[in-house]
Write a protein that binds this ligand. Sequence first.
Ligand code: FAD
Length: 412
Amino acid sequence: MHEAASTSREKTIVIGAGQAGFSFCARLRELGYRGDITLFGDEPHAPYQRPPLSKAYLLGDMSVDRLLLRPTEFYHDQHIDLKTGIAVSAINPDSKTITLKNGAGVSYDRLVLATGSTPRKLPASLCDNLAGIYYMRSMADADGIAPEIAQGRRALVIGGGYIGLEAAAVAAKRGVNVTMIEAGERILQRVACSQTSDYFRDLHRSHGVDIREGVGLQGLQGSNGRVSSATLSDGTSLDIDFVIAGIGIVPNAELARDAGLDCENGIKVDAQCTTSDPAIMAIGDCACFPCNGALLRLESVGNAIDQGQAAAAIVMGSDQPYLAKPWFWSDQYDIKLQIAGLSSGFDTIRQRLGDAGSRSHWYFRGDRLLAVDAMNDPRAYMVAKRLIEAGKSPPVDVVSDISLDLKDLLKV
Ligand code: FAD
């Protein structure tokens, strides 16, 4: 439990100037916190949104200014001391200080870890330090990829998750010849039902993307230090100009681990967003929190915002535990996918057709509605979100019945 009152001399430090760190600081001020807030970020920018990096920003349809969550004056006005381009290299819980990369020490009363995550890298043995191999996490990453995306070039996208699919969609839209390999049986296998995988496979193939499932990478070869071909696990080889790897992320928990905090699939926190050290909280992609008797770590904007805000309320004395209300979206070509809930553990899928080719896939375990994937169907998404958040489930077989209006599902 944290003290409700804050004094003007209390020092709160946040490590990680991303979505969760921003959400925490902004809400803390909104709730009337009068202590000092310092927000450290190792990137050169004020906090910005990452989703457009693999969508509108990569397409060249969005400016840097529009990526920023707030203009820089916001931090000045809110007395949030934003320190960009400064990495924190250690936490010293005994002295309640952090050490910056330049060796300086800074003391805190409360520390919040919002360090996000890092893309998983291809094994060095497969890629041999070649140029032309990209990952997708930061504005710098997107700026590196953008010049590669041009008519007639050949891309290999490794990994059929959301990041890989979105990057493939942008590249295909700009006339790149895209081959995607997915080592699993099907794209989106980790996160979606086979019907959703089928939908997005068909969508990408209709835009010319060559999707190869059950196929891994055996190696990348180069000429003059740059990637030029790939050998695949099925024995085929491809001539390519560049590679985008979207093979998952690893939570940034090293600082916490080195400081002796409990970590397990990220930084372990309780329902109050507090780590094994009562003066240190963790939020966003890096935090693993209790949910329905298990530990859960979410990689989404929705979670970063909600958990940041919940942590701020807890600092200000709220005794409400953080309850995740998962939601997510992805844009590919002219399709907006919206997801409400968490589908893991489902045993039944029902499809509901909407207008003009829109549709939704409803995930049930027994008769309990767990999640919905809605493709260009914002109404299905909204109804499902309301049902899931209220813990209500329409009867499984009613969902597909399009003679019933969607809002009738709220009543059954
Ligand atoms: P981040 O936003 O990653 O912020 C963490 C920050 O901490 C980073 O700036 C990092 O550099 C900094 N940091 C780390 N260590 C240190 C240190 N030691 N010292 C100082 N600073 C440090 N989610 C969705 O819901 N929908 C989407 O469509 C979607 N699309 C995405 C597309 C892309 C390309 C990416 C990369 C992510 C996408 N996500 C999407 C996920 C979403 O952006 C993340 O879940 C969200 O940004 C997590 O917020 P965070 O604050 O935990 O981490």
